[in-house]
Design a protein around this ligand. Sequence first.
Ligand SMILES: Cc1ncc(C[n+]2csc(CCOP(=O)(O)OP(=O)(O)O)c2C)c(N)n1
Ligand SMILES: [Mg+2]
Length: 277
Amino acid sequence: MKQSDWLLPGYRDVPELVQHGLPLSKAFLWSRGHVEGNTYPDELHALPPQIIIGAQYVQTAGIALGLKKNGSDEVAFTYTGDGGTSQGDFYEGVNFAGAFKAPAIFVVQNNGYAISVPREKQTAAVTLAQKAVAAGVPGIQVDGMDALAVYQVMHEAREFVAAGNGPVLIETLTYRYGPHTLSGDDPTRYRSKETDDLWQKRDPLVRMRNYLTEKGIWSQEQEDALIEKTKEEIKAAINEADQAPKQTVSRFLKDTYEVAPQNVAEQLAQFQAKESN
Ligand SMILES: Cc1ncc(C[n+]2csc(CCOP(=O)(O)OP(=O)(O)O)c2C)c(N)n1
Ligand SMILES: [Mg+2]
């Protein structure tokens, strides 16, 4: 991605947001449900993470069409899961962007499950990438556990899209090591240890470490130093997040509407009065 490209993340894509420039403290505030976590600096071309499965695909088609109409050379990137490709919004977004040759990259993170529903139960399609073909959009499947392969595919896709050829869809084959969320999902009920073990062997971090170590450009010392440095960054970001002002209902209502409808305006006034007491 270029720094000026647009990012429309789903709930799994906070790392992409941070990589694209969201301060880590804001990522923590977002996960705490604090409105400050959704307030972005203007130069950060990103929307807050989408929770409605698939909705970001339609919004991406819209942003990409806007970029094209403005004659911009920026590209809009979005992400959903394997389950997300069963939603109407998925098809609508890809189809619309395809019809208008809008500069969008649609990524499908196929991690094998939508909560407990296996990928095979989502669709009779052999691949998720091929879902793009019916919309006249190129669909590419890549080993999502191979960072270099993903980089190569993304890079080529961005060049293709930025050259005015319309959108591309990329399916990355990956795995969700943990439960769907930390609020009670128990993956041992619907998948085996053998499957888990198989995917552990493909861990992209281990693969990348082995590759770099063999090339002689990575060492245990470097890794330890990086881990220490990152721990410090995380600690500082948590401290910063802790300094955020207590969230008020009025602030939340104000940020939700540019012009509040009358009933909300009345509530806003009531909350403001209460909060100033
Ligand atoms: C429209 C909609 N329906 C249902 C949900 C509840 N829900 C949250 S995550 C999820 C599964 C999504 O699976 P997938 O797209 O494969 O993404 P993953 O979590 O595996 O990355 C569901 C059904 C939702 N958030 N939005
Ligand atoms: Mg999934």
